[in-house]
Design a protein. Structure first.
Length: 234
């Protein structure tokens, strides 16, 4: 098989999907469409999902894989996912990610299987030992913060962290007072989530310093991510 580019492989499986297999499949189908639309030409292949309720994606190295994690966690009716994200070589091919293969896919399979045993929720592998150790220390905190959000807090966090809206814009979108959104931001710990995501992104990018085009850091955090309304920094 012809060897292709380096890419980012994403595996994500629905935790305890057997309790509602049909519902999990419907939600993954929706999520695949959302991720395809979000990443666009940053994909090497379209997202797909398997009958075992596992999402698979294949992105270009300049893409930000954490956007997928945030989109899934902050989505309507969000389901608990376990992620394995691996940067590595893939094989040239056609069709969706579920029909692709390569070293990064094999490593992602190994990591997602290990995560099921260890109950890790987000595993990121860059191939740089130091960066991967730091990521292993940081990602559990992100999973815990995202899991702690209520339905209302997910809506607010999604508008701020994914769509990049300021607090005033979130209030206008939802038709509520700015003070109400300020309280929701505080309770959702939106600023803490943004800072943690920024830190994870920076560690991820540092693993590829000097290796050509660096992965994107993602969108600039909105002013609304801070309860004081000040713009965060990268």
């Amino acid at each position: 098989m012809k060897r292709g580019p380096t890419g980012i492989v994403l595996f994500a499986d629905v935790v305890a999907s057997r309790k509602d297999a049909a519902g999990a499949a419907d939600w993954l189908r929706w999520l695949v469409g959302e991720l395809d639309g979000k990443y666009g030409d940053q994909r090497i292949a379209p997202f797909g999902f398997t009958q075992g309720d596992e999402l698979q994606g294949l992105l270009r190295v300049e893409a930000d894989p954490l956007t997928a994690v945030l989109m899934a966690a902050l989505a309507p009716d969000a389901r608990s996912l376990r992620w394995a994200i691996v940067h590595g070589s893939v094989h040239a091919g056609k069709g969706p990610a579920t029909e692709r293969t390569g070293d990064a896919f094999l490593k992602a399979r190994e990591e997602i299987n290990a995560a099921r045993t260890s109950h890790d929720r987000i595993v990121i592998v860059t191939g740089d030992g130091y960066a991967d150790d730091l990521l292993a220390d940081l990602t559990p905190a992100l999973a815990d913060l995202l899991d702690s959000l209520t339905v209302r807090q997910r809506v607010v966090a999604q508008l701020a962290l994914i769509e990049g809206l300021r607090q005033s814009e979130v209030a206008e979108r939802l038709g509520v007072r700015r003070a109400t959104i300020s309280v929701a931001f505080s309770r959702a710990r939106a600023r803490s989530i943004q800072h943690l995501v920024d830190g994870i992104r920076k560690v991820y990018v540092s693993a590829f310093a000097g290796d050509g085009p660096a992965p994107l850091l993602g969108p600039e955090p909105p002013a609304g991510a801070s309860t004081q309304g000040s713009r965060g920094t990268k």
